[in-house]
Design a protein around this ligand. Structure first.
Ligand code: BGC
Length: 741
């Protein structure tokens, strides 16, 4: 539709219809099988109110959505089409690794391809918008939503978030197979106090701007059409009422001109925050802050008319928001084609097609992070190994998708570990006997999870399972332990006070270790966990995250050595939960410690060395690399931005098989008018080398990479000594000095 036509339509709408465009309701109101991503019981809407609704969330399926679209358009006074939105987080039905694992790939090209694949499936199923990417910076692993972010580094999150936006949207969201992307949760949601979901966020404006905002900004600059508000308060104001955040920062500074949508019932919840006396007042605050669409509460629908009548809200605000919603509908091409790409033929053609499964497998392999590999325990030596025992609750389960994969049917679609290993051994004619034992329940007691399922536990059965597993371990040459936190322990509303593996699973590991110490442990998780004991009892430790549809196939190719694990940690793993929040780029302290417990009156703890068990960026493949010195082509970088430096390093594969390495470049501003992080990731490159082969990897450094917010909140770089580090992980000391002049 032309802009003029859209204007004509807009001018013809009643205030009621305009406000209706600002309401988003759950698909469960139209389809009883639709999923829900939050409470529904409070949401009582009249049929009349439903007639003017502008968008619907959490329902999918080509034929279903065509029908809902027809019904809704028939009722709409101006027959305006609905937008269908859904959380397509790590795939639609072909599920690929959870976002924290995608972070571990350090691979924007892969993130883009995955998003594009998810868009193709979602669009075929009639969806128009995905609530992704989630680029919240996550530093506290107690927060269950770590799983939904690409990790603890703002730069990495920005690079991957922007790639996902490109993948979902392509160059034009109208195109077949494309979705509009929604960047969330603006802003600072990952800073929830003590990792408690929905909690207050206390951030200085400096940290907000230097560490938290850049990833949102990078994704917005990549063209994301929507942004979602966060549940949390920031500077004591819930985001959905935060005028400064939404109007000054998001709209003016970041120049975002798309649709701003509230999170699920976040506007109504401002009454619970006690910043509004009632829902109408909450609606007034949100519209003034510039929130366009209200998801799953009725503050706008029931309050705005009155507030406008009383002169408390300017009707122009409703006009502004309604216009943005109509523009998005037009950009999606819905006025010409309200079904967009919904097609049952395309659903059959694309969903879980071979090409998509292949990509999901590739992504899983690229996301696995090998953290320890003593005596080359991995890959399994097919010549000397006669029997392996594959043990743990992750052996049989299909529940390896994470908690945001509603339309998928894991029982039918996921290749479990056991299925993958059996198929591999059979098809590759591997001469190794494999036995399988679950060995333990996931939980230490019957546990009701947010998906409504109660996961069982029975003490006698637990003891029996351990005995059966130990029996298998005794006669095996090698044990592959498959343990971790349950998929339902990750995602929204799954904060944990202890980031541990269940006692039952640890007991299983100890008992197995008593009879066989040749253990390779695969850790399935959506967040960093305490792994000190697991590390001690295992020759090899590999983080497999929640790998998705191709879990069993990907794991088999890696443990049997066709492929090496290629990921690097996107979040630091502490020794103990009490170290959280835990991240590599901390500020310099006045009393640094030396990493022992022998010092006092220094920063840290008296009962735990102030180091991480595994640092951000860590991980290895099946070969070894040697780094040369960091060389700079020039040691003076100008603050006026008129030159760049090139830092390079030669890396050599000194092992005996082909392998890849993610070369990481960190910058450090040694002295500043405000305290700065010890170092910050500013670049990375993947290299793949044959044994004995060398490659020189270079990074351009420019002045903008050293900018930060000074005490006056000016975004500046300051002259002075700096250092560039290029190495294997965030602990690298391989550096060279330069000066900003
Ligand atoms: C979550 C969002 C999600 C929304 C819609 C909320 O509870 O915080 O991330 O996009 O539900 O499902």
């Amino acid at each position: 539709m032309t802009n003029e036509k859209l204007r004509e339509l807009f001018n013809d709408l009643s205030l009621d219809e305009k406000i209706g465009q600002l309401l988003q309701v759950a698909g469960a109101l139209y389809d009883e099988d639709a999923l829900t991503t939050g409470a529904m019981d409070y949401f009582k809407i009249t049929n009349e109110e439903l007639d003017t609704v502008g968008s619907i969330l959490s329902v999918s399926g080509a034929e279903k959505l065509k029908k809902i679209q027809d019904e809704c358009m028939a009722k709409q006074p101006h027959h305006i089409p609905q937008i269908f939105m859904l959380d397509i987080i790590n795939g639609f039905e072909t599920i690929y690794p959870v976002p924290i694992a995608q972070g571990a790939t350090f691979d924007p090209d892969m993130a883009e391809r995955l998003a594009s694949m998810a868009a193709r499936e979602g669009a075929a199923a009639g969806v128009h918008v995905t609530f992704s990417p989630m680029v919240d910076l996550v530093r506290d692993a107690r927060w269950g939503r770590c799983m939904e972010s690409t990790g603890e580094d703002s730069y990495l999150n920005g690079v991957l978030g922007a790639a996902m936006v490109r993948g979902y949207q392509g160059s034009d969201i109208k195109e077949k197979g494309k979705l509009a992307a929604c960047v969330k949760h603006f802003a600072g949601y990952g800073g929830a106090e003590a990792g408690r979901d929905y909690d207050n966020v206390e951030l200085s404006e400096h940290t907000l701007r230097d560490e938290f905002l850049p990833a949102y900004e990078a994704s917005i600059k990549a063209g994301a059409k929507l942004v979602m508000t966060s549940f949390n308060t920031l500077n004591r104001v819930p985001s959905s009422a935060n005028k400064w955040l939404m109007r000054n920062v998001l709209r003016d500074e970041m120049e975002f001109d798309g649709v701003l949508i509230s999170d699920y019932a976040a506007i109504k919840e401002m009454v619970n925050h006690n910043i509004a006396r009632n829902e109408a007042e909450a609606g007034g605050l949100a519209i003034k802050a510039g929130v366009d669409i209200e998801m799953m509460s009725l503050c706008y629908s029931r309050g705005l008319q009155e507030l406008i009548k009383e002169g408390k809200v300017d009707p122009k605000l409703v006009d502004e928001s309604c216009w943005r919603v109509l523009v998005l509908k037009n950009e999606l091409g819905l006025f010409e084609n309200p079904y967009k790409d919904a097609s049952s033929e395309d659903e059959a053609k694309y969903i879980l097609c071979d090409e998509h499964r292949k990509l999901a497998k590739e992504a899983a392999i690229k996301s696995f992070v090998l953290l320890k590999n003593e005596d080359n325990a991995l890959p399994i030596d097919q010549k000397s190994t006669k029997k392996i025992a594959v043990i743990g609750p992750y052996v049989e389960t299909h529940d390896v998708y994470g908690s945001w994969t509603f339309p998928s049917k894991p029982e039918e679609t996921c290749v479990s570990l056991r299925q993958g290993i059996e198929k591999y051994v059979d098809s590759h004619k591997v001469n190794i006997t494999c036995s399988f034992a679950e060995g333990s329940f996931f939980y230490d007691r019957p546990s009701k999870m947010k998906n409504g399922v109660t996961y069982p536990y029975n003490e006698a059965k637990q003891a029996e399972m351990i005995e059966a597993a130990v029996k298998e371990a005794k006669t095996a040459d090698k044990v592959v332990m498959c343990i971790g936190e349950h998929a339902q322990q990750t995602g929204e509303a799954t904060s944990r006070a202890e980031i541990t593996i269940s006692k039952g699973q640890l007991e299983l590991l100890r008992r197995v270790h008593e009879v066989n110490d040749n253990i390779v442990t695969l850790v399935f998780t959506g967040r960093p966990l305490e792994l000190e004991e697991v590390t001690k009892l295992s020759k090899a430790v590999m983080i497999t995250w929640l790998p998705g549809t191709e879990a069993g196939n990907a794991v088999s190719e890696v443990i049997f050595g066709d492929r090496e694990p290629e990921g690097r940690l996107s979040m630091s793993f502490p020794y103990k939960t009490g170290q959280e929040p835990c991240y590599y780029n901390r500020f310099r302290t006045g009393r640094p410690n030396n990493g022992t417990l022998e010092q006092f009156y220094v920063n840290g703890y008296i009962d735990q060395i102030d180091r991480m068990l595994y640092v951000f960026g860590d991980g290895k493949g099946y070969t070894e690399f040697e780094y040369g010195e960091v060389l700079l082509d020039n040691t003076k970088l100008k603050t006026d931005g008129s030159n760049t430096l090139t830092a390079s390093v030669t890396i050599k594969n000194v092992g005996n098989r082909k392998g890849s390495e993610i070369v990481q470049m960190y910058l450090s501003d040694l002295y500043g008018s405000v305290v700065r992080p010890v170092k910050s990731l500013r670049g990375f490159k993947k290299v793949t080398l044959n044994p004995g082969e060398c490659e020189t990897v270079s990074f351009a450094i420019d002045e903008s990479m050293l900018r930060f917010h000074d005490i006056n909140m000016e975004y500046v770089s300051e002259p002075g000594e700096c250092k560039v580090y290029i190495g294997h992980n965030s602990d690298t000391e391989n550096g060279a000095d330069f000066e900003l002049i």
